[in-house]
Design a protein around this ligand. Structure first.
Ligand SMILES: C[S@@+](CC[C@H](N)C(=O)[O-])C[C@H]1O[C@@H](n2cnc3c(N)ncnc32)[C@H](O)[C@@H]1O
Length: 194
C-alpha cells in the first residue's frame, strides 16, 4: 500500500484541499504529485488576480497530476483545465494518480488545442514548474488572452525551471502582481498584456 498517495486520494475524495496543503506542503514525498502547495492566502491572492483581470477560467499547461488545478478550482470556484504530453506515460500503471481529466497533446500543441488557445480571451494561461522554453513559446504564440501565471522557484531556491517566475518574460507581458508561496522561495507571478 502506497501510504502518501492513498492519503492524498482520500482527502481528494472528501474534497479536503485545505488539509492537503496544510499537512503535506513539506512532506518529503510531496513532489510525486505536485511541486507547489499554496496556502489559503495564496489561493485568495490568485482568485483576486483572476477576477481583476476578468478571467472566468484557467488553462494549465504541463499540469502533471492536476492536483494543483483541482485545488484552485475548489478554492476559488474558477474552473481549471490541464494539458499534458506523453499519452503512453499517463496511461501506464506507474503513472501518478490524476485529479482532473487531462487534455493530452503531442509536443507541438495539436490543432484542437491551438484553436482553444486562440479562443481564450477570458482564460488565464498557467505554467507551474514548467521546464520547456520552446514549448512555452509555442503555447504563448497561439494564446489570445491577457493573463499569464508562472509558478516556480525564485533565485534563492537553486531549482531550474524555464520560464522562471521573474525576469524571464518579455513584452507584451508585464508583471501585474506576485506573491511568495508560504516561505518556500517559490512564487506565483501574474503577468498581464500591456
Ligand atoms: C516539473 S513537471 C510539473 C508538473 C506540475 N505542473 C506540478 O507543478 O507538479 C513539468 C510537466 O510539464 C509537462 N510538459 C513538458 N512539456 C510539455 C508540453 N509541451 N506540453 C504539455 N506539457 C508538457 C511534463 O510532462 C511534466 O508533467
Amino acid at each position: 500500500m502506497d501510504n502518501f498517495i492513498s492519503v492524498i486520494e482520500e482527502l481528494y475524495k472528501s474534497k479536503n484541499w485545505k488539509k492537503i496543503v496544510e499537512t503535506y506542503h513539506n512532506h518529503p514525498e510531496r513532489n510525486r504529485v505536485l511541486w507547489v502547495y499554496p496556502s489559503e492566502e495564496n489561493f485568495v491572492f490568485l482568485k483576486a488576480c483572476l477576477n481583476e483581470l476578468h478571467n472566468d477560467s484557467v488553462l494549465s499547461i504541463g499540469c502533471g497530476s492536476g492536483l494543483l488545478e483541482w485545488m484552485i478550482t475548489e478554492a476559488t470556484g474558477i474552473p481549471v483545465s490541464g494539458v499534458e504530453i506523453d499519452k503512453a506515460w499517463w496511461h501506464c500503471k506507474y503513472a501518478p494518480p490524476t485529479f482532473i481529466p487531462l487534455i493530452l497533446t503531442s509536443k507541438e500543441p495539436e490543432d484542437r488545442l491551438k484553436q482553444r488557445l486562440h479562443q481564450s480571451d477570458n482564460t488565464a494561461l498557467l505554467f507551474c514548474y514548467f521546464n520547456n522554453r520552446t514549448s512555452f513559446e509555442e503555447y504563448i504564440k497561439y494564446y489570445s488572452g491577457n493573463t499569464l501565471i508562472i509558478i516556480g522557484p525564485g533565485d534563492g531556491k537553486n531549482v531550474h525551471t524555464d520560464p522562471k517566475p521573474f525576469d524571464d518574460i518579455e513584452e507584451p507581458w508585464k508583471l501585474y502582481k506576485s506573491q511568495e508561496v508560504r516561505d518556500s522561495k517559490d512564487f506565483i507571478a501574474v503577468y498581464c498584456k500591456i
